[in-house]
Design a binder for this molecule. Sequence first.
Ligand SMILES: NC(=O)c1ccc[n+]([C@@H]2O[C@H](COP(=O)([O-])OP(=O)(O)OC[C@H]3O[C@@H](n4cnc5c(N)ncnc54)[C@H](OP(=O)(O)O)[C@@H]3O)[C@@H](O)[C@H]2O)c1
Length: 394
Amino acid sequence: MAERVEHSNNPIEILKAKSQMGAAYPKRCMSDSDWTDFERKCMVRALEVAQQGVGQVSPNPPVGCVLARDGEIIAEGWHDHLGDLHAEQAAIADAEARGVATQGATAFVTLEPCNHHGRTPPCTEALLWAGINRVVIAAEDVNPTVRGGGIACLKRAGIEVAQGLLEAEAREQMRAFMHWCERRRPIVILKAALDCNGNVDSTEGDPARFTSEESLDKVHQLRRECDAVLVGVNTVIRDDPKLTVRRVDLGKGHQPLRVVLDRRLRTPVNSEMVVDEEETLVLHCEGEGTSLECETILMPPLFSSSDEGVDLVQLLDLLGDREIQRLLVEGGPDVWARFLSDDLVDEAYIFHSNIDLGKGLRGGITSKILEDAGLIISSSDVVGVDRLEHWKRA
Ligand SMILES: NC(=O)c1ccc[n+]([C@@H]2O[C@H](COP(=O)([O-])OP(=O)(O)OC[C@H]3O[C@@H](n4cnc5c(N)ncnc54)[C@H](OP(=O)(O)O)[C@@H]3O)[C@@H](O)[C@H]2O)c1
């Protein structure tokens, strides 16, 4: 069986831990009393293997599939990277590789199988070809190209279809995809690191890192799971960051698009993000004929003066059009404040360090400000010597 990938705040890990402790499954699933323990076990495993596609398959969702017969799991598969087999196809290929017949098996799949030709042939065809006679689905696909079509197609072919098993967990795992399908905008994840006084940088010396190695690893993991990373121009001028994924394996995923909010086009032409190989997009409201060697877009706001900068909703629409489903807002304080005051933040990761930066720049991130922006704390964990708070939309 495939190795499991660790992932903090992972609903599947939480679910598994609960089931190991003998605790009840979430209420919604308990009320769906028709499911057997074995069926739940199969879908937990399908969700677990799906996790391996996180950060690798966007703009597709991470999907997992388990094939079972006679009370036993006989094969499993997941959508591993963009352009690769879909989960159902991967599970059928796994069965073939093991020399196990799929005829008469049940497929447990975390998302409704597709029934259209996209980057791969339809999964419904693969399931029919494999002789699957029952399909259990966690969540219906909200993508307009599928939405119910896969289920209808399977039913027409005489396959028994059941749906809704661990649906909440599946929807949580595919949250960014679902959000993007419904609104054509990315979810916004804010990341900030604060010293013991709530400052983000020293105002006296050169910029210096003050969080633990483990926290840095976590930041790179977050970048790996996001399609784009955004900063304000002052951060580019002060820190000259790369904003790439380096400390964790990128696998078959791609580096996130770097986005700079730069109203007056002050980004230095020799900034790391401008001169390196990866993609950077600078959005500005004034100035033309830039010599920046990266993509720039003049984007004066539609309904206010250019002084107020790029309209953030227009920005999210633009990124959504580029199939960006998860946007990581890395700062600094001015940019965080704008996203928070417009209630545009869906999640926040706040790293608290014990280090005192001395005279410093205020981060402007407090529990009150996060709560006022509609967020509630979901966890507080030790990461190295730091404390990491995870906040989520209430
Ligand atoms: N500890 C951490 O987690 C962390 C993370 C990142 C940065 N930092 C630190 O934060 C400091 C920089 O933060 P900061 O608050 O001064 O600045 P910032 O947030 O990096 O950048 C703010 C600037 O970006 C431009 N901008 C912001 N929103 C815009 C919009 N909607 N459209 C167009 N342009 C927009 C504006 O430029 P104009 O003024 O030209 O209008 C604004 O002054 C640095 O010291 C950096 O080291 C710390």
